[in-house]
Design a protein around this ligand. Structure first.
Ligand code: ATP
Length: 325
């Protein structure tokens, strides 16, 4: 089965072709701006501009014609509504042209499933840490359940916020990782509430210390050590509670070597295996949307009604039936 997947939840617009478990082609174009930040209608305009060229590229690269497509999938949510609409409209247009069934998938679920496919894991605890998201997830009782999450902003956005204050540029994560190599520990608030975490107060405290003259290297080191330790603690408890034997790390913050090291040593102490997901599949990508379409369509042949199809910008992962697992 050849599935064409469309990703358009936020800054990245992408299209990919997957034939069962094999990636045939993929192309993305990411909205960027000098000022930083995203204005959803402007990002949606970017997606409208690039979509036709990306479609042409993936078809040419894979040497596949529209007639050969068996399934169309797109990100139905969660995400920015104006951006989701661009993906939905292209998906409907292609489903009409190809007469292939159309399936709208959950973007977070697609992150988890591509991680499981690429790392060849069966039933891991998922540590999903991107810009906006920070969630510890596992599959239990036919559903993905969120065992712990951020009570305020996602860790990537928290690091970027500190980066903005400290003039480190955007995205700040890689620069913070570099500076942290020469830093020493300063105490910062360690905020774990039950299974949830909160990064807002830590960033405020780091900002105050920066203004009082604390060394930037020490703040970067301390931010990393504190925030990653909080997430390792919650992950460890999820592993113990669910009795899982594998942990996978997904999302842009997975690029951080110190974070991987901490999760790896926690896993070793628990006789569990840690798998980072290769960066190409960690962030937003259309391959995961095509794969999620194939998984779900093979499971229950669900397909959307093109006339009543809606996006779902606030779709939580724990709301869906993940019976294909
Ligand atoms: P979302 O999917 O949640 O809307 P996003 O698509 O912006 O957010 P990703 O592309 O998955 O998220 O990740 C981007 C985030 O990862 C940024 O906040 C960036 O600072 C962070 N990041 C990237 N590299 C590193 C690193 N080496 N260390 C820490 N954080 C990093």
């Amino acid at each position: 089965m050849i599935c064409l997947g469309i990703e358009s939840t936020a800054h990245t617009f992408g299209i990919a072709l997957m034939q069962d478990k094999k990636e045939l082609s993929s192309a993305t174009d990411t909205f960027t701006t000098e000022q930083g930040g995203m204005n959803p209608p402007i990002v949606a305009e970017h997606h409208k501009k690039v979509k036709d060229a990306l479609l042409k590229k993936v078809l040419e690269d894979a040497k596949v014609t529209l007639e050969e497509i068996d399934l169309v999938s797109f990100s139905k949510g969660p995400g920015l509504a104006p951006c989701l609409h661009v993906g939905k409209n292209l998906a409907i247009e292609l489903a009409e042209k190809t007469k292939a069934p159309l399936i709208g998938v959950n973007h977070i679920c697609a992150h988890l499933e591509i991680g499981r496919l690429i790392t060849n894991t069966k039933d891991p605890v998922f540590v999903f840490v991107s810009g906006a998201n920070t969630q510890i997830i596992a599959h239990e009782g036919g559903r993905y359940r969120v065992f712990g999450e951020t009570l305020s902003i996602g860790l990537g956005n928290a690091l970027d916020k500190f980066g903005r204050i400290a003039g480190l540029g955007f995205p700040a994560g890689p620069k913070i990782e570099e500076l942290a190599q020469n830093g020493k520990l300063i105490e910062l608030p360690y905020v774990v509430k039950g299974m949830d975490v909160d990064f807002a107060g830590i960033i405020t405290k780091a900002e105050q210390l920066l203004k009082k003259g604390a060394k930037i290297e020490d703040l970067c080191y301390s931010l990393q050590e504190t925030c990653f330790a909080m997430l390792a603690e919650v992950t460890e408890r999820a592993v113990a509670h669910c009795d899982k034997k594998e942990v996978i790390l997904i999302g842009g913050v997975a690029a951080n070597k110190r974070f991987c090291e901490m999760l790896d040593s926690m896993c070793k102490a628990r006789n569990c295996k840690f798998h980072p997901v290769p960066l190409k599949y960690c962030g937003d990508n259309p391959v995961m949307i095509a794969w999620q379409g194939i998984l779900e369509y093979n499971y229950n042949k669900r397909q959307e009604d093109l006339k009543t199809l809606e996006i779902n910008p606030k779709w939580r992962i724990d709301e869906l039936d993940a019976g294909w697992f």
